[in-house]
Design a protein around this ligand. Structure first.
Ligand SMILES: [Zn+2]
Length: 243
């Protein structure tokens, strides 16, 4: 099971508090400025894959995390699954090599802001400044890497969908989460992941490999559930990028 290092206990409680802000449900259909403009608004918040049936898109937020991102990358590689990593600038600065490993693994990057601030009340100008700085940091670490997605911390989108779209990034929502900020019990998380994948075919799944704290239960859930579903014909794709 999970008897990994106790040094995790030294991680400031502040980080745990920051990470748990996903109480809001997914905003299916989007709530950005593009909503209602008909069909293909680039600011639309995507919550699914392009395909129907036994598919899902796996997305991992708040890393890179030196404790659990490496193991997650191994698990994904073993299962030949590509995922999206929504990276937090502060941790990109601390773990640049992990960003390069994510890219080398064939995964896709998503801008998740520099400091994981709540953008709900920010002006478009302030949002743009943060998103540009975060993307510039990612490009410093991994030159020329595509950053096709943006995800607002806490799902607090505010005016960020249009700003992200203007910068060429698709706002990336989710169809379901496994609420892995509540617990890291691998049994609970594996059950949630399997049940919610089956209940939401074609959805974007939101999980957490960061911030820098214990996410071993999340990784273990992925390691248990993905091989089983793949054996049943499930496929893991990129989120839809309409527009
Ligand atoms: Zn986050």
């Amino acid at each position: 099971m999970h008897k990994r290092s106790l040094r995790r206990l030294a991680v400031p409680a502040m980080l745990a508090a920051i990470a748990v802000g996903l109480a809001a449900p997914a905003q299916a259909g989007g709530a950005g400025p593009g909503q209602g403009q008909g069909g293909k608004a680039a600011a639309e918040i995507v919550t699914g894959t392009k395909l129907e049936g036994r598919t899902a898109a796996l997305t991992f937020d708040d890393g890179p995390n030196p404790y659990d991102t490496p193991r997650l990358l191994e698990v994904l590689k073993e299962n030949q699954v590509k995922a999206v990593f929504c990276l937090w600038g502060d941790f990109v600065k601390q773990n640049p090599e992990l960003v390069r490993q994510i890219v080398a693994g064939g995964h896709t990057l998503c801008n998740h802001t520099m400091n994981h601030d709540n953008l709900a009340a920010w002006t478009p100008e302030a949002i743009r400044e943060d998103l540009e700085a975060t993307s510039a940091l990612l490009h410093e670490v991994a030159p020329n890497v595509p950053i096709p997605y943006f995800r607002a911390p806490y799902g607090a989108w505010g005016q960020s969908p249009q700003v992200a779209a203007d910068l060429g990034m698709q706002p990336l929502g989710w169809g379901f989460t496994i609420e892995d900020w509540e617990t890291q019990d691998p049994d609970v998380l594996a059950e949630r992941l399997e049940t919610r994948l089956r209940a939401n075919p074609g959805a974007v799944a939101l999980l957490h490999d960061g911030p820098a704290m214990d996410r071993s239960g999340t990784v273990e859930a992925v390691a248990r559930v993905i091989p089983e579903l793949k054996a049943e014909g499930w496929r893991f794709h990129q989120p839809d990028r309409r527009g």
